[in-house]
Write a new protein. Structure first.
Length: 573
């Protein structure tokens, strides 16, 4: 689909860090992809982040093709190592603004002027930071009707030598074996929480709010986990326990990780809250990339041997957890579910899927739900086949010096089990084959993905997939699996934030009840469409919608038409 879409973008890596010379550090972690209706024409646009060269803003023309608006919009950031970011209407003027994170290039806030251009307001807004930033998300943590900004930072992996013409600082080899043996949090840069004061001004309050955890925090996800009307926060750590923060409603958060989850994924990168079993509560899926670094590196020799290695690992260890981050090399590999053998009480070595049972009770079920994977980065959820259950796409891969690893797509069976359908649905094998037309140090360089987002790129009402890849062009996957009816919603806030982020929508159709939330960027350097998408299966009608705009403000709508985009504005009173 990419060629037909007219998108002409390639992610470019830093050759002297991850090419002709390869170093084990965060320069191989890639960049994100963000989806938003930038010009408010009712169509999803796409923004790609890049390491070397321009980022890419592609405006949806409405006929399945896109137009490059990067330079015209003023968001190219050509000499900055761009990593992640988030769209959010921080000034409530009706146009999505843009925050971009970077590795020591200075994070940027661009205000959307509403005429197709953006202006850099970083300094005036007070949200500048020059460090090793990763993910970012907008959410209204204090329920004052304005979006606040949370930025996740990792640890230092660069020295102070800068390559001026390329705009990057020289990196060094991370001591992975030593970091892997340190089961407590590895010290990194503190995270940032910028409270929106209005009139384009912010103040940094992370330490005061209790969410300044200094780790290797790749990203975050937001949800009201206990239904009290306040948005809670989960922060992933690439080398140690993650953090779950409960919003106390008084400007502060309380860490409740140990009390609610007990153990979290040790090498977590992406995380996403969503309702996996249609019980109305947000569950949590976390993917663990760094616990897979025990795997054999690239097989020297033919591509056939490399592909055989990939297939062997796929069949052999797809559902396994291990006792340490060194995999089966550390001992008993038949350890799935037997947490008593894991030496550290705070972490799991593998993915984690926490089912929210209510009343602060959570159960970890990743192996039983068939949600263990290798080399995962980003998590995206949505009902791709419109059967009424949330499916999951996991952007995966590593690249040199490792062999090819496929992306994953899990169809929700509605019975607590997810079926791997990435081949059945035609997403694998990928266009162009597993390997790029280049070698690094005599070894073929394989394709690998880093982040992904869902959007309706062709306006047919179902969810398509855009995937950001490391050092090559993205994938744009058209959805041909939808066989059911659907209903799409766009919520517009008035007294709450204009994007209606944090709002909850309940849908009732016959014996089906679904609950979804309007969420910002989440999943690892990713942001999907802000529109809420409900799959309905063979149901041709919806009985009612209940929109929880804010605590105490509820709207009830009877019998909305299906197979359409319904735009709803927050009512008065």
């Amino acid at each position: 689909m990419l060629q037909r879409s007219n998108i002409d973008f390639t992610h470019s890596f830093i050759d002297r860090e991850t090419g002709s010379v390869w170093k084990l550090n965060q320069y191989d972690h890639g960049s994100g992809v963000l989806v938003a209706d930038v010009n408010q024409d009712g169509r999803d646009d796409v923004y790609f982040l890049n390491f070397v060269g321009n980022n890419g803003l592609w405006i949806n023309r409405g006929d399945g093709t896109f137009e490059d608006a990067t330079q015209a919009a003023g968001v190219e950031m050509a000499t900055v190592i761009s990593v992640g970011g988030a769209f959010g209407d921080f000034d409530n003027d009706g146009d999505p603004d843009l925050y971009v994170t970077s590795y020591r290039g200075g994070n940027r806030l661009f205000r959307n002027r509403g005429d197709g251009t953006f202006e850099d307001v970083t300094s005036d807004a007070g949200v500048g930071y020059s460090g090793h930033s990763s993910g970012a998300t907008w959410f209204d943590y204090d329920n004052d009707g304005m979006l606040d900004l949370y930025v996740s930072n990792i640890g230092a992996f660069t020295i102070d030598t800068i390559v001026e013409q390329a705009g990057y600082y020289v990196g060094f080899f991370l001591p992975f074996p030593d970091m892997a043996r340190t089961y407590d949090r590895n010290r990194g840069e503190e995270n940032l929480l910028f409270r929106n004061l209005g009139e384009g001004k912010f103040i940094q309050v992370a330490e005061k709010a209790g969410v300044a955890t200094a780790g290797w925090n790749g990203d975050s996800s937001v949800a009201d986990i206990d239904g009290d009307g306040w948005q809670d926060l989960y922060v992933t750590d690439m080398f140690g326990p993650d953090s779950l923060y409960r919003n106390l409603g008084n400007g502060a958060f309380e860490e409740v990780t140990d009390a609610l989850l007990e153990r979290t994924s040790w090498g977590a990168v992406g995380a996403r809250f969503f309702d996996a079993n249609n019980d109305g509560r947000p569950d949590l899926y976390v993917v663990d990339m760094h616990s897979d670094m025990w795997m054999s590196q690239t097989w020297k020799g033919s591509r056939q041997k490399m592909e055989e290695a990939t297939d062997r690992f796929t069949l052999g260890f797809a559902k396994a957890k291990f006792p340490t981050p060194f995999g089966p090399q550390a001992g008993d590999e038949d350890i799935a579910g037997d947490f008593s053998k894991i030496p550290h009480p705070d972490v799991l070595y593998g993915n984690s899927f926490f089912l929210n049972r209510g009343n602060d009770r959570w159960t970890e079920l990743s192996d039983r739900a068939n949600l263990e994977t290798f080399w995962p980065w980003a998590v995206v959820n949505g009902d791709l086949d419109d059967d009424g259950w949330q499916d999951i796409f996991v952007a995966s891969g590593m690249g040199y010096p490792y062999y090819y690893w496929p992306n994953r797509l899990f169809r929700n069976g509605g019975d607590g089990i997810f079926e791997e359908v990435v081949r059945k649905w035609g997403i694998e094998p990928v266009p162009g084959g597993r390997y790029l037309n280049r070698e690094i140090q005599g070894t073929p360089m394989c394709r690998s993905s880093r982040s992904a987002a869902f959007l309706d790129h062709d306006g047919d009402g179902d969810l398509d997939i855009v995937v950001a890849n490391f050092n090559h062009e993205p994938y744009l996957v058209q959805n041909n699996q939808s066989s059911g009816n659907h209903l799409n919603l766009k919520l517009v806030g008035r007294t709450i934030n204009r994007d209606a982020v944090g709002s909850r929508v309940e849908l009732f159709a016959g014996d089906m009840r679904q609950v979804q939330w309007v969420t910002g960027a989440s999943g690892y350097l990713s942001q999907s469409t802000l529109n809420v998408h409900f799959g309905l299966g063979d149901r041709k009608s919806v009985d009612r919608l209940v929109i929880h705009w804010a605590p105490g403000k509820v709207q009830d709508i009877s019998g909305p038409d299906t197979d359409r985009l319904l735009i709803l504005t927050e009512p008065d009173g």
